[in-house]
Design a binder for this molecule. Sequence first.
Ligand SMILES: Nc1ncnc2c1ncn2[C@@H]1O[C@H](COP(=O)(O)OP(=O)(O)OP(=O)(O)O)[C@@H](O)[C@H]1O
Length: 219
Amino acid sequence: MTDLLVHCDHVGRTYGRGERAVVALHDVTCAVRATDRIALTGPSGSGKSTLLQLMAGLDRSTSGTVTWPTWDGSPFGHPERAGVVFQEASLIPSLSAAENAAFPLLVQGVAADEARERAGDALDLLGVGAVASHEPDELSGGQAQRVAIARALATRPALLLADEPTGKLDSATGAHVVDLLLHACAEVGAGLVVATHDHAVARRMDRTWAIHDGELVTP
Ligand SMILES: Nc1ncnc2c1ncn2[C@@H]1O[C@H](COP(=O)(O)OP(=O)(O)OP(=O)(O)O)[C@@H](O)[C@H]1O
């Protein structure tokens, strides 16, 4: 199907070998489409981050296959295809919000003027255009996370993968960030998968995948 962004087919991921081997994912089959808004829930250590990293192309499965049918092979070499947001905003401290948001574009080779414009648009979309010149230590936690989301969306990814994006925020700020995340993904036409422990966040998505001991219970 043309709108299939990523397909995991009987995917497993084992860390380490022998007696120290940890089976983080086992026989996971699932697919994400451009219109999907998926919550990935499960206890700590159940494999949520591992699955997101495989979907992002940041890690490779040890069994089964992860494919990106509408892309040319995989997200490797196609950084605009998958954007990732983590629990920590992880902004570069010496750069302003605008420079942080533009940074991946510059790495991709986008011209400075265009990078600045696209970063500015993304910051506006996330409601943090007014703090574009601020450095990370001048931002609140919610603002910093919105800048991190803007940085991911400035690359115009087809798929946004967010790992506990509200984990460090109070519930009101977290709810606001989720509102903006959903709005921004709709605006740029990106699919969304959010790993979360927060039921309030999960309820905002269209459906939930529960993962337990590395197995997807409800794909
Ligand atoms: N680099 C690694 N080396 C060894 N084991 C790892 C590594 N990364 C994760 N694991 C293990 O794989 C399992 C799944 O971890 P993962 O981080 O995917 O879980 P999670 O559901 O995202 O947890 P949390 O909610 O706490 O972030 C855990 O047992 C973890 O200890």
